[in-house]
Write a protein that binds this ligand. Structure first.
Ligand code: IMP
Ligand code: MG
Length: 178
């Protein structure tokens, strides 16, 4: 464990079991169908790469990078698209792969946008912090609910760091205090 991490919240083994269960549900729900796994950059890259290799259905990949407009607690329900998908998603079964859902604001705006584009959208998130939820968003696949702690690793960052850790760790407060 590196010095910036207070404790390990989810070990690599637990992550693997969680991803396996999510994949089994998706395999059952989409048996005989094809999906577009929409990977939200950058935090979802590690999760999505593990998830896709456990899927035994037809999968194509798309990537988007989005950020919420405005800061603070103001939720405009709008998103800024910094990278958009490259194919037409109209009529496609799109599963959004997310690392973690916090307020849910970004995801709500994104799912609304994709529905407007004609996609059948579901969300698959590795982690969820239910106590932080502001936006009402239907999330069909949730790997694990976690307490309100700032976590890093397995794709998730603080200031672009710690994404490559193989486990999910709780960051020491002093790291984001200075
Ligand atoms: P939301 O729109 O508030 O749900 O924002 C979700 C996004 O915030 C996630 O996709 C992450 O990029 C980021 N995020 C939220 N909580 C954490 C955390 O504990 N660690 C790292 N990133 C987080
Ligand atoms: Mg993210």
């Amino acid at each position: 464990m590196i010095k910036e991490i207070k404790s390990i919240l989810v070990s690599a083994e637990e992550i693997d079991k969680t991803v396996e269960k999510l994949a089994q549900r998706i395999n059952a729900d989409y048996a005989g169908k094809s999906i577009v796994l929409l990977i939200i950059l950058k935090g979802s890259v590690v999760f999505a790469s593990d998830l896709m290799r456990k899927l035994d259905i037809d999968v194509t990949l798309e990537f988007m990078q989005v950020s919420s407009y405005g800061g603070g607690s103001v939720s405009t329900g709008q998103i800024k698209i910094t990278k958009d998908a490259q194919t037409d998603l109209n009529g496609r079964n799109v599963i959004i792969a997310e690392d973690i859902i916090d307020s849910g604001n970004t995801l709500k705006a994104l799912t609304e946008l994709l529905k407007k584009r004609g996609a059948n959208v579901e969300v698959c998130t590795l982690l969820s912090k239910p106590s932080r939820r502001e936006a009402q968003v239907d999330v069909k696949y949730i790997g694990m609910e976690i307490p309100d702690e700032f976590v890093v690793g397995y794709g998730m960052d603080y200031d672009e760091k710690f994404r490559s850790l193989p486990y999910i760790g709780i960051l020491k407060e002093e790291v984001y205090a200075d």
